[in-house]
Design a protein around this ligand. Structure first.
Ligand code: GTP
Ligand code: MG
Length: 211
C-alpha cells in the first residue's frame, strides 16, 4: 500500500518531466500482454514514415534513441520508452505501408488495436499527420476508432519545416477543417525543433492532470 501512496504524492507535486532522462525499455510484440502496467502511457500513432520515431527523438532531445529510417515500415513492434521514471511513451508501428503484405498489415493493426483497447494507463494518443499530405483516409479511420473507444487524442502535424510560413498556415487550416473543425494540429518539426517544447508541455499537462 505505502509505495502506491508515495508515488501518488510525487505525481501530484510534479509538473515537469526531465525529457532527456529517457531510456529505451523494450520492444513488445503482443499488445494484449503489455508488460508495463502502472505508469501513465502516451502512444504515438500515424502513417508509416510520417515521422513518429523522429518526433520521439526530438522530444527526448536524444538522436537515435528511437530508430528512424528513410524507408517506410521501420517500426514493426511496440517500442517502449521510459521518460524520467514517470511516463511511458510508445512508438507504434506505422499503418498504411503500401509495400507490406495484407497479412503483415493485418498483424500490425491487430497489434495496435490490442494495445490501445482496454488500457487504463493510456492517457493520450498523438495522431501524427504529415503537414503536406494528412489527414489521409486511414488517419481519419484511426481517429474515428479512437473516438469510439473513448480515448483522448491530439493531432500533431509533422515535418512543418517542409513548408514556408504561408503555406504552413493554409495547410493547418485545411487540416483543422478535415478533422471536423474542433482541433488544430500542433505544427512540429524534428528537424528545426518547432513545436517540440509546446508538445512536451501538452503531454505533461495531460499526464499530470490525470493524478
Ligand atoms: N524534413 C523533415 N524530415 C523528417 C522529419 N521527421 C522525420 N523526417 C524524415 O522522415 C523519414 C521517416 O522518419 P521516421 O521518424 O523514421 O518515421 P516513422 O513514422 O517512425 O516511420 P515508420 O517507423 O517506418 O512507421 C526519415 O527520413 C526522417 O528523416 C521532420 O520533422 N522534417
Ligand atoms: Mg518509426
Amino acid at each position: 500500500m505505502l509505495p502506491l501512496i508515495m508515488s501518488d504524492i510525487s505525481y501530484s507535486k510534479r509538473q515537469r518531466l526531465c525529457w532527456t532522462k529517457t531510456r529505451f525499455l523494450n520492444s513488445v510484440a503482443d499488445g494484449r500482454a503489455f508488460p508495463y502496467a502502472g505508469k501513465p502511457q502516451v502512444a504515438v500513432a500515424g502513417h508509416s514514415n510520417v515521422g513518429k520515431s523522429s518526433l520521439l527523438n526530438a522530444l527526448f532531445g536524444r538522436k537515435g534513441l528511437a530508430k528512424t529510417s528513410k524507408s517506410p515500415g521501420c517500426t514493426r513492434l511496440l517500442n517502449v520508452f521510459d521518460v524520467d521514471g514517470f511516463l511511458l511513451l510508445i512508438d507504434l508501428p506505422g499503418y498504411g505501408f503500401a509495400r507490406a503484405s495484407k497479412h503483415e498489415q493485418r498483424a500490425w493493426s491487430g497489434l495496435i488495436e490490442n494495445y490501445l483497447l482496454d488500457n487504463p494507463d493510456l492517457k493520450l494518443v498523438l495522431s501524427l499527420l504529415d503537414i503536406r499530405h494528412g489527414p489521409k483516409k486511414n488517419d481519419l479511420q484511426l481517429i474515428e476508432w479512437l473516438n469510439a473507444a473513448g480515448l483522448r487524442w491530439l493531432p500533431v502535424a509533422t515535418k512543418a519545416d517542409k513548408l514556408s510560413g504561408n503555406a504552413r498556415s493554409k495547410r493547418l487550416k485545411e487540416m483543422t477543417k478535415a478533422l471536423g473543425g474542433m482541433l488544430t494540429p500542433l505544427a512540429t518539426s524534428a528537424n528545426d525543433g518547432r513545436g517540440i517544447e509546446e508538445l512536451r508541455h501538452l503531454i505533461e499537462r495531460e499526464v499530470f492532470a490525470a493524478f
